[in-house]
Design a protein around this ligand. Structure first.
Ligand SMILES: NC(=O)c1ccc[n+]([C@@H]2O[C@H](COP(=O)([O-])OP(=O)(O)OC[C@H]3O[C@@H](n4cnc5c(N)ncnc54)[C@H](O)[C@@H]3O)[C@@H](O)[C@H]2O)c1
Length: 253
């Protein structure tokens, strides 16, 4: 087990990619803190981990609530005595071009996609510095390296995650803390439901992905979980400030 006895906090681990990352890290021996606004979903992730012999707990928290986030992280550190991994994963997609996107939608995107990653990292950093090691993984998106049609709030915030990741990596490497970013492409999770509705249904999105993605299909969550495991484990021990794009080739065309 390559994460034996490590403690990992994963935001948005009640569903989709975050849950798949939680399951694979638990399989490798980490104790998982499932930080999510949706308690029922968080508990379901915990149940799946415990059922397979792993160790996990839920942390019901809205990551845009600074005080609740800080209290949650500090309580984990106090109880577990360490935080080895932080995966900042929770995020949202608000559609619209410059003139269409509601200003509140832009602000919500900023606060969840960027500011919450910033705040959670800020709260864990003293603990990791003190330990002389730690790993932070920030979920960006292929939209963090691409133009994405009429998605200004999403692309702006996901590009910002990459800039912030590089900056944090440079500033904290000397303390033994590695920081990388994950850029998934199309992954079949509930996250895409609003976009599917906007496209006019499942058939339309299937057709779009078949044409747009060189591999011609969605990723399933296990195909993102493996890169997550790589980035949060010692398998990537000489990697920091890097951006791993896992998108079926979408960004090469
Ligand atoms: N699915 C994709 O195609 C795709 C592609 C690229 C990037 N991403 C990124 O992955 C992340 C989410 O994707 P997913 O596919 O796992 O989604 P998902 O919808 O399956 O899960 C998201 C989880 O985040 C939680 N969450 C939402 N807001 C929260 C908040 N304020 N505080 C705490 N938890 C909150 C939700 O309750 C949910 O459990 C986002 O950052 C998104 O930008 C997804």
């Amino acid at each position: 087990m390559i994460l034996k006895d490590r403690v990992a906090i994963i935001t948005g681990a009640g569903s989709g990619i975050g849950r798949a990352g939680a399951l694979i890290m638990a399989r490798e021996g980490a104790h998982i803190v499932v930080a999510d606004t949706n308690l029922a979903n968080a508990e379901e992730t915990v149940r799946q981990i415990v059922e397979t012999g792993g160790s996990a707990e839920s942390l019901p928290v809205d990551v845009t609530d600074d005080k609740a986030l800080e209290n949650g992280i500090l309580s984990v550190a106090a109880r577990c005595g360490r935080i080895d991994i932080l995966h900042n994963h929770a995020g949202a997609q608000v559609a619209g071009d410059l003139e269409e996107v509601p200003v509140e939608g832009f602000e919500k995107s900023w606060s969840l996609n960027v500011r919450a990653h910033f705040m959670a990292s800020r709260f864990v950093m003293p603990i990791m510095k003190n330990a002389g090691k730690g790993v932070i993984l920030n979920t960006s998106s292929s939209s963090g390296v691409l133009y994405d049609r009429e998605m200004i709030a999403y692309t702006t915030t996901k590009h910002a995650v990459i800039a912030m990741t590089r900056q944090m990596a440079g500033d904290y490497a000397r303390f033994g803390v590695r920081v990388n970013a994950l850029c998934p492409g199309w992954v079949d999770t509930p996250f895409n439901e609003p976009f599917i509705a906007q496209m006019g249904g499942r058939a339309a999105i299937e057709d779009y992905i078949a044409k747009k993605v060189p591999l011609g299909r969605w990723a399933n969550v296990s195909e993102i979980a493996e890169p997550i495991l790589f980035l949060v484990s010692d398998r990537s021990s000489y990697m920091t400030g890097q951006i791993l794009v896992v998108d079926g080739g979408e960004t090469i065309v």
